[in-house]
Design a binder for this molecule. Sequence first.
Ligand SMILES: [Mn+2]
Length: 305
Amino acid sequence: MDLTLVAVPYDLGREGVGSGRGPAAYLKGGAAEALRARGHDVEVVTARRSAPFGSELEAVLDVDAAVAALVAVAAADGRLPLVLAGNCNVTLGVRAGLLAAGVDGDPAQGRLTTIWLDAHGDFNTPETTATGYLDGMPLAMLTGRAFPETWVSLGGQPQSETLTLHAGGRDLDPAEADALAASRVTVVSGAEVRARGLGEALAPALDELAGHAGTGRPPAYLHVDIDVLDPSVAPAVGFPSLGGLTLAELLAALEMTGARFELRALSLTSFAPESAVGGSTLECGITVLAAAAEVAARLPAATRR
Ligand SMILES: [Mn+2]
């Protein structure tokens, strides 16, 4: 499989701080070598902000424009973009890049879905947030609920909520949880996973999502905030939340996604190497990258273009 590792070394637009150190830590920790050892062709590129830091929102969109350009080139070339980033805001750039590469362009193959695995809702808006924290809003931004002007600057269209699944959430603000429950996003909460088991909780939701997207195996973009894992498994994150997935459950979610969708991109965020002993989190992340490459490699090459 031809892979493009896209490093996005920013935490809310600030370079090399907090979770913005995660991408370099993955690369220094052997992410590219681990993928090459499994037989993949791996290129590594880095997204860079083009202008000095102004505001968080400006800087995030600046970085996302760079991410979109790199993802578009990789996807158009039949490579699988594996995007390593500080924050979940990177999803805007990944989606914009996939759209630019025409991944959403063939209705016969189904429309592009987003599957979002995260301990947090990331669904706050300026109206519901208690703190104003911008990285509490990326799923709301992706779906056009928050800062809809984003999609004017990035190009492309917001992700339809009907084609969006959020799974593994267990730490949501009350107003955010209400908004998510009232939305058209399919939700599989962390509590449901714990109560029913991952397979039983997730399979019907993925089936429903695939049904909304079209016939055959529609294209999917999988976003993994590594904090969806339990902190006992992956402790080095900025906002750990108990009751999360095991690594085996996360890998099973990837397999279940691959069984129903064509995996067209993966993003992996929130690894903050200095927030705890980073080793196991690093290993988990690299394992997720390898699993995504393996799932995507099962597709015939022609469908990746
Ligand atoms: Mn997140």
